[in-house]
Write a protein that binds this ligand. Structure first.
Ligand code: PLP
Length: 372
């Protein structure tokens, strides 16, 4: 079956007792055992597993072409579970423009866990090859990246990781499985901040890891999930599951609008550069075309007149909401360096957009009047 059909039907079976078509939310924290001590429904305690979490975890591998999945309380918790499962003494590579939470984690926490993190420009495969060390155990890839929308050649980067005996993990949050399936290119794990497009309505936080194989890495990460405890709650699991049903139409509509907005910005005299992989001018366009079925709904652009002008554009937008995050039905605008804080390496004239589901003409007109 095609993606849309799987996304609508996966994990859904009408309840034989009630006839429910929409799945229930199971809030129980503890689960009964029979007289022999066997769990009646396969669950024992909420942090280990619960029926709503298990439903979500059964649907995700169908979307990504994986063998198993684990869901977490946030995207960060999901990603960090991978690092927490890596042997101390390991060298780990991250993109130089990695999501800022992982950058902070690499600097402030990973050394305490015995890891040696290093940042590398992963869109340059020669640099990635040179950065590999004998003890490199993880190559963390993000494509498209945040906030510059850099594209990493997934097949090549994953190949380099595997040649070194390292795990290849892809943060595919910006793309979603609607547009990109990293496991098909050999990735061991794909990560999503389900807070974004999976939830889709800016009202739930969550994270997910989807595994190509249920191997010893999967077992270790499961252990991190249910012992360290950053597991997805039943209600959040349910909201993410609900978001999945409409994700394909939302993401395709948002990506189509993003293309229109990017083309309008590219022509605008007040804009020096637009970072959107769907534009022919984008350095990663050809690779994005090969490995994605669409270019997503995230973009950033630089205001020719500099930092103050960029702040003014953000201040004057009316349809776009001034807020961080992405993937919701409402379009968002932010001065990214401000959102990232004093240690940000993002250019000061850069504005990041998350394109939502408003009429695209209203979005283009809003940006135009703000730039005027
Ligand atoms: C939001 C985001 C995360 C972190 O997810 P949280 O749910 O905020 O913890 C990680 N990676 C990318 C690319 C993101 O956009």
């Amino acid at each position: 079956m095609r993606f849309e059909t799987i996304a609508v039907h996966a994990g859904i079976a009408a309840d034989p007792h009630t006839g429910d078509v929409a799945p229930p939310i199971h809030l129980s924290t503890t689960f009964a055992r029979d007289a022999q001590g066997e769990p009646l429904g396969g669950h024992t305690y909420i942090r280990e597993s619960n029926p709503t979490q298990t439903s979500l975890e059964s649907v995700l591998p169908e979307l990504e072409g994986g063998d198993g999945s684990a869901v977490f309380a946030s995207g960060m918790a999901a990603g960090i579970a991978v690092f927490q499962a890596i042997e101390p003494g390991s060298h780990v590579l991250l993109p130089d423009d990695v999501y800022h939470g992982f950058r902070a984690a690499a600097k402030e926490f990973m050394p305490n866990w015995g890891l040696t993190p290093e940042f590398v420009a992963m869109d340059d495969l020669d640099q990635l090859k040179k950065a590999i060390r004998p003890n490199t155990r993880l190559v963390w890839i993000e494509s498209p990246s945040n906030p510059l929308l850099k594209i990493v050649d997934l097949r090549q980067a994953i190949g380099i990781a595997h040649e070194a005996g390292a795990l290849a993990v892809v943060d595919s949050t910006f793309a979603t499985p609607v547009l990109q399936r990293p496991l098909d290119f050999g990735a061991d794990i794909v990560m999503h901040a389900t807070t974004k497009y999976f939830g889709g309505h800016s009202d739930v936080q969550g994270g997910a890891l989807i595994f190509r194989k249920k191997d010893s890495t999967y077992d270790r990460i499961r252990r991190v999930q249910n012992i360290l405890g950053a597991v997805s709650s039943p209600f959040n699991s349910w909201l993410v599951l609900r978001g999945i049903r409409t994700m394909a139409v939302r993401v395709r509509a948002q990506a189509a609008s993003a293309m229109t907005v990017a083309r309008a910005l590219e022509k605008h005299a007040g804009v020096s550069v637009v970072h959107y992989p769907g534009l022919e001018s984008h350095p990663g366009h050809a690779i994005a075309r090969q490995q994605m079925s669409g270019f997503g709904a995230m973009m950033s652009f630089r205001v020719r007149a500099g930092r103050e002008a960029a702040l003014n554009v953000v201040a004057r937008s009316r349809v776009f909401t001034r807020a961080t995050s992405l993937g919701g039905v409402e379009s968002l605008i932010e001065h990214r360096a401000t959102s990232e804080g004093p240690h940000s390496t993002t250019p000061q004239d850069l504005i990041r957009l998350s394109i939502g589901l408003e009429h695209v003409d209203d979005l283009v007109e809003d940006l135009d009047q703000a730039l005027q």
